[in-house]
Design a protein around this ligand. Sequence first.
Ligand code: ZN
Length: 106
Amino acid sequence: MTCKEAVQYIMPYINDEMNVHEVEAFLTHIRGCQECYEELEVYYTIYAGLAQLDSDSDNFDMHNLLEAALRDSRGRVRAHRNFNVFYVLSQVAAVLSLILLIFTRW
Ligand SMILES: [Zn+2]
């Protein structure tokens, strides 16, 4: 992902409008690119800060809120990947046991 693409993903990221693959690519870029991280932090401070004003929360440590949001996103990407691995393995196991069943009956 280029810096230009990463910057275009900032608002969709904040609004939670990206699929898990886009989020993964976005997070990878943000982690490795200080400029885009700072750009994200500026937008996040403005938009999430406004949302905080509307809520009863008095937590305005936006840097830590952003870090928590990024950790949360990474967790979701990881959970998605683990689920896919589990799904593929269970499919393979099902096919193998079918094959085993067919051949042991002969
Ligand atoms: Zn960048």
